[in-house]
Design a protein. Structure first.
Length: 305
């Protein structure tokens, strides 16, 4: 009889799960390093700065900085300029988000069902403002809404005297919000279009057989099935408008009389003035607002079965 020689045990080898974990961490290491250097560490440092009286001149003597607790946050809410900018930012959100979503949804519906020919061309044209250089766009808008600009020339052609848009505290804000809407409606359109194309077509066919018209299909099928997409678009646009900076800075520089200044622009000015503690506190107030508003939106708009 031949004897069966037992197989020799394998040498020490790492379990397959451990090897996969090591490979995963190897691939994650570059991103983790960049995240720590450019996001996590600066965020923690800014939180620390917001609790101190750090100013520009203190950078030469960092150990002379005093811990002031929440005094910078209290200072913000005693500052009339910050409260005004907080209201301006709220106006950006309250007006900009629904109008941007409405225009984006209308265009997405038109491209998904009504426009067949040249659909790709229209998508490119409508999405172009998202990727257009905002500095060049702001210069064009400044010229268009100048007292002697293109918009007033159009008004003059039909017999109306156009106002001085960007120098009027009551008219500058609508122009800045309009620029934000023009810049972002293409982004909302693309997201809504992706959501519409994910809706099964047989659902519409069954509804048509049951006698449902376009309006009933939109109300009872399209909009309910777009709730997840609507949530994403709402949160993303709200975050953008809460942090709006480019439009008021480039178009009006926050003027006239601070009527278009946002919280982000206020934070920038405080940082430029060397008030690092106050500017860090203002940035964390913005972060807190974004978190609170996002939580409320998720609670109200999350899909329910």
């Amino acid at each position: 009889m031949t004897s069966v020689v037992p197989a020799s045990p394998r040498k020490d080898r790492r379990p397959r799960g451990a090897r996969r974990t090591a490979v995963a961490w190897l691939f994650l290491a570059p991103f983790t390093l960049v995240f720590l250097l450019y996001t996590a560490v600066p965020t923690v440092a800014a939180l620390g700065f917001s609790l101190t009286d750090l100013r520009g001149m203190d950078l030469r003597h960092p150990f002379a900085v005093d811990l002031v607790g929440f005094d910078n946050y209290l200072r913000l809410f005693r500052d009339d300029s910050f409260l005004r900018d907080l209201l301006n930012t709220g106006l950006f959100v309250a007006v900009g988000v629904p109008l941007t979503m409405g225009i984006g949804l209308a265009l997405a519906l038109a491209l998904d069902s009504g426009i067949r020919r040249l659909r790709g061309v229209f998508r490119t044209v409508f999405f172009a403002p998202v990727v257009t250089n905002i500095v060049a766009v702001a210069l064009i808008w400044q010229y268009a809404f100048h007292a002697n600009g293109t918009v007033n020339e159009v008004f003059g052609a039909v017999g109306f005297a156009g106002p001085n848009w960007l120098d009027d505290p009551d008219l500058a804000m609508p122009v800045v919000i309009l620029l934000g809407i023009w810049r972002n409606f293409g982004y909302a359109m693309v997201l809504f279009l992706a959501g519409l194309q994910a809706v099964p077509r047989d659902v519409y066919e069954a509804a048509a057989i049951d006698g449902a018209g376009r309006w009933r299909q939109l109300r009872h099928i399209t909009l309910p099935l777009l709730v997840p997409t609507t949530l994403v678009v709402t949160v993303l646009l709200t975050v953008f408008y809460l942090q709006v900076f480019d439009e008021p800075y480039l178009l009006t520089n926050g003027g006239p009389l601070g009527s278009t200044e946002s919280v982000a622009l206020y934070t920038y000015r405080q940082f430029g003035a060397g008030e690092f503690g106050v500017s860090s506190a203002a940035s964390f107030v913005t972060l807190l607002l974004i978190g609170l508003v996002s939580v409320v939106q998720f609670r109200l708009l999350r899909p329910r079965t």
